[in-house]
Ligand binder design. Structure first.
Ligand code: ZN
Ligand code: ZN
Length: 391
């Protein structure tokens, strides 16, 4: 069975929702227009309960299965992220962002639409027992809206037993699914190093304590954590992504700033990186005669799929797209995703859904491919019908 027929019937309506959302991209936790649009659609669709204002702009909608008394489980959770990115749009589409400087460059407009499509179908048909919790979250790209929703108790409050989410994947052919049981995406941490030296004339470096040299030394030495301190068969990425210092060609500046990202899967590796970064920053600073301070921010944990739920999700994906289009053992990658917090709270699975060629995620020319919305919505709908079949 390919895409659910009833969902294919309203593909045009979904496209309208998606393009309307695309025009109003909002950032992080505060998504007033987006959340209002989603809530309005959910009311039209006729969900049984709508709980707004979770993690600021997040919401959970409940649809009861056939003959189900209110509050009776089991409850399956389906999640979509709703936030956009601070990137000026360059797609040239006629439904481009009306919020200058912001755009839906990660396709969360599409994720929201796919979950709304599933909601419409499930509210109409109710061919499942128990209930479904539709989780619309803010702040995937920053802060971790998923973490806040979990901390605000959505899993317990709605009795959610398992959770699933999809992310579109440019470069993967349309309708292909990709995932893996176990660890799928890495933990992401951010580091900042503030270096204080003493500036002076560029022609008289001996009278200065040069923070530029110290910044170079620290950036270089950090790479030795990967190459010298770390077991080569474990996953680790350390990327220095910013070095800012100085403004004039003949002045040695007072300060320098370095920052970057760390990706790991194993908490022991993460702890080793934190320790070695402290040692390197302190040691390099001493050797260059400057002071330096490391600020290490622990971010999203690793995204770990439940093996059994993933096998189930892979089977459902195969039903929609054909098993030859589903890669269920793709292996892990070093990207990160805040759905990790929901997967730490409840077993479940996260899958990628191919949307074909085109600009990559977070690119100013990226756009969600509306062709895949009925596929994603069908996947969500069939997950519910098969996880909680009618007796
Ligand atoms: Zn993104
Ligand atoms: Zn994303």
């Amino acid at each position: 069975m390919p895409v659910v027929n009833r969902i294919a019937d309203f593909a045009e309506e979904m496209k309208g929702w998606r393009q309307a959302l695309h025009q109003i991209p909002e950032l992080a936790l505060d998504l007033p227009k987006t959340a209002a649009f989603v809530a309005e659609r959910l009311r039209e669709i006729g969900v049984d309960e709508l709980h707004e204002g979770i993690a600021t702009s997040g919401m959970v909608a409940i649809i009861n299965g056939q003959g189900n008394a209110a509050g009776e489980g089991p409850t399956i959770g389906l999640r979509a992220d709703m936030d956009a990115l601070p990137i000026p749009e360059e797609t040239g589409v006629d439904y481009a962002s009306e919020h200058a400087g912001n755009m839906h460059a990660c396709g969360h407009d599409g994720h929201t639409t796919m979950l709304l499509g599933a909601a419409k179908y499930l509210a109409e048909t109710r061919n499942f027992r128990g209930r479904v919790a539709l989780i619309f979250q803010p702040a995937e790209e920053a802060i971790g809206g998923a973490r806040i929703m979990v901390e605000e108790g959505i899993m317990e409050r709605f009795g959610i037993g398992e959770v699933y989410a999809l992310h579109n994947a440019p470069g993967l052919p349309v309708g292909h699914f990709l995932t893996t049981p176990g660890p799928l995406m890495a933990a992401v941490d951010t580091f900042h190093v503030h270096i204080q030296g003493q500036g002076g004339h560029g022609a008289m470096p001996h009278e200065t304590r040069d923070p530029v040299m110290a910044a170079c030394g620290i950036a270089q030495a950090m790479q030795t954590i990967v190459s010298r301190n770390h077991h080569s068969l474990e996953d680790l990425v350390i990327s220095v992504t910013q070095i800012h210092t100085g403004t004039v060609d003949n002045v040695i500046p007072d300060t320098a700033y370095i920052n970057g990202t760390v990706r790991t899967f194993n908490p022991k590796v993460q702890a080793m990186v934190m320790r070695r970064m402290q040692e390197i920053v302190a040691g390099q600073a001493a050797s260059y005669g400057v002071t330096a301070e490391l600020d290490y921010e622990v971010g999203y944990p690793a995204t770990v799929n439940d093996a059994e739920k993933t096998r189930f999700a892979v089977d459902v994906a195969g039903e929609i797209s054909g098993s030859e289009k589903v890669e269920g053992e793709a292996g892990r990658e070093m990207g990160a995703e805040d759905f990790a917090y929901m997967l730490n709270a409840r077993p479940g699975s996260y899958l990628f859904l191919g949307q074909g060629q085109g600009a990559g995620l977070h690119h100013p020319k990226y756009d969600f491919n509306d062709e895949i919305a009925p596929i994603g919505a069908s996947f969500f709908a069939r997950l519910v019908e098969r996880a909680q079949p009618l007796p």
